[in-house]
Write a protein that binds this ligand. Structure first.
Ligand code: HEC
Ligand code: HEC
Length: 296
């Protein structure tokens, strides 16, 4: 028997450290930290309001179909994803399927994350596995029929889900492709900034043209380059500054969910990545759609 090893294990147990349940198989955590920010995993998987532990879940997400709770995605082996292999993680993000083969509800924005590359997904998992495990049980979702059924989610996927990864457009330069990747795949901006139909599918013709009842029932503005109803009058530098500081060109500050997107997401990216996002948004098709601002 290896006494020093056993002593270390005992000490670790005494101090509440669990043995690493799974290795970071092939990912690079430093690169993964960037994907983590780009996808703003923090917001939905942390009970920010009650200052809950990072990624331990419990955050309620209001949708027209009921309340979904972001689950624990720490590397805790019992309550989190500590026992997941890299392949389990890639399947969840790419295909919207759990390790048991059940369909996830699209309150989890895998319809966007499916666009992430395999390497980025492996790096992302490696980064998450450097964060502390938290033994906090998940809360059951409170959605209404049929949106509470995994089978319903499977049918939804058949109608709306298109599996990635995103393929770069060879006609465009690297910065545009990076911007598209950050906006459409990682940043899942369209999930809030696009109207949905009655079954919760995104209306492609209204892509990024805003949603009167976006996430949590709050309006998300039109961010296409339409001059009257979108952000066509913003300079690229306005947009870059906004994505770092949440300050609008008129000096006002974005609140609610967008403040979170910036605080845990775009504000933690490199200046170059924010510039790529801004430049890409300016190449979207302008769509006329007036969204009333939320009362403050
Ligand atoms: C808009 C909110 C939202 C964001 C942003 C989000 N998630 Fe989730 N995620 C959810 C919800 C809700 C579920 C539960 C889905 C279900 O039960 O079908 C979930 C489920 C998961 C699961 C499956 C967990 C399990 O126990 O089966 C993983 C893994 C996951 N998310 C990883 C991530 C990562 C990594 C990011 C950042 C790139 C991220 N999520 C960003 C809402 C979100
Ligand atoms: C979770 C939902 C959500 C996501 C995801 C999201 N946004 Fe927003 N966004 C909002 C809301 C809500 C507002 C309005 C905030 C306010 O009025 O204070 C907003 C405001 C904005 C504005 C200001 C527009 C204006 O006319 O005032 C811009 C620009 C913007 N978002 C860009 C983005 C980009 C780029 C992404 C992806 C990286 C993104 N958003 C992702 C919800 C979201």
């Amino acid at each position: 028997m290896n006494f020093p090893g056993a002593a270390v294990a005992l000490l670790a147990a005494a101090f509440g450290f669990s043995a690493p349940a799974a290795r970071a198989e092939s990912g690079d955590p430093a690169r993964g930290e960037i994907v983590f920010a780009a996808g703003n995993c923090t917001s939905c998987h942390t009970d920010l309001k009650n200052k809950g532990p990072l990624l331990a879940g419990g955050r309620p997400l209001q949708t027209p179909f009921g309340v979904f709770f972001g689950p624990n995605i720490t590397r805790d082996p019992v309550h989190g994803i500590g026992r997941w292999s890299d392949d389990d993680f890639v399947r969840a993000m790419r295909k919207g399927l759990s390790p048991r083969g059940e369909a996830y509800f699209p309150a989890f924005p895998y319809p966007a994350f499916t666009g992430l590359t395999d390497q980025d997904l492996r790096d992302l998992k490696a980064y998450i596995f450097t964060l502390p495990p938290v033994p906090q049980p998940n809360k059951p979702h409170q959605a209404s029929f049929p949106f509470n059924l995994r089978l319903g989610a499977a049918v939804w996927k058949l109608i709306y889900f298109r599996e990635g990864p995103m393929v770069p457009d060879p006609e465009r330069d690297a910065a545009w492709n990076r911007g598209r990747y950050l906006v459409e795949a990682a940043g899942h901006c369209g999930e809030c900034h696009t109207q949905r139909d009655r079954l919760g599918g995104l209306k492609r013709a209204m892509w990024m043209a805003g949603s009167a009842d976006g996430a949590e029932g709050k309006p998300a503005p039109n961010i296409t380059p339409d001059k009257d109803t979108g952000i066509g009058n913003w300079k690229e530098s306005d947009l870059v500054y906004f994505l770092e500081t949440a300050t609008l060109p008129d000096g006002d500050v974005a609140g609610g969910l967008m403040a979170e997107v910036i605080r845990y997401g775009t504000g933690r990216l490199s200046a170059e990545d924010r510039k790529a996002i801004a430049a890409y948004l300016r190449t979207l098709k302008p769509v006329v759609n007036k969204i009333q601002k939320a009362a403050k």
